[in-house]
Design a protein around this ligand. Sequence first.
Ligand SMILES: [Fe+2]
Ligand SMILES: [Fe+2]
Length: 330
Amino acid sequence: MKNLYIKDLKEGQDFIDFFIVRASGVKIGSNGKKYLDITLGDKTGDLTAKKWDVSPSEEPALEAIKAGDIVKIKASVTVYRDAKQLRITKIRVAVEQDGVDPMHLVKSAPESGEEMYDFIYRKAIEMKDEELRLMSTNILSRNKGKLLYYPAAMRNHHAELAGLLWHMKRMIMHAEVLVTVYPILNRDLLVAGVIFHDIEKMTEIRSNEFGVSDGYSFEGRLLGHLVQGVKVIDELAKELGVSEEKSIMLQHMSISHHYEPEFGSPKKPLFPEAEMLHYLDIMDAKMYDIEEAMSSTEPGEFSDRIWSMDNRTLYRATFGNVDDSNKRED
Ligand SMILES: [Fe+2]
Ligand SMILES: [Fe+2]
């Protein structure tokens, strides 16, 4: 059984426990010796772990460990460059007799996939624009099975069970507020843009049914979800007889939502809803990473470095923190 959670581990602690593997590989260190470089996860987060001085006899078993496996490790907690890390002394893949339920190990969105899907589908049905409604309800219902568990990333923001729906849901919640602040924005177009913008992450990255990804697909590596999104929107619009204007505007929202060419966007946003989609996207991604960092930081302390935020460490206040005052009511 699992006893300890990653967010509670303390420097110097020795322990034996189960984790899910998020990435793993045997590498060669600067001293010429082989070591296991592995990222382990549970409900509460991810952690880098190393097993130094891998011997030739143990190498095949370590090479065989892959993302999605559950492993039992004996390790101690160290700190490297301001971040916790594990030094593993023993590791093996879990067997059925260990009796570990993967659902106790996988990180998942705070709401169930079904609940979030229903919320988003309702927002699609509420669209007054018939063509955008048709496009949105179709893409959702055709992909429902995968959407219920798909993560929105391999690592970093929303890399969790049903993370893609969680990302979409909170972006739609923002969209509905922002269209009242900026009446220039078309609500249906912005919500449709949210639904479509990352939908092709489901073909870009691979995932098991626990939302754990072991990498990118072939098409995902060569095209990426922005371009894959263009293809899907184009085909669906033709099939449903949707006007070229709306089809191309949705395609543009897909290719422009990362904003910068170095992040995969060949065009910057060229209409208001496309511009706003980008802000919703980065806002939700950053706030997700901030929430994660705060949840493993004690009040009055600074967090570990946050990679997606230029390695800043954030301060967690001693008052009105994430655990109490801001809880959502729904
Ligand atoms: Fe994206
Ligand atoms: Fe996104």
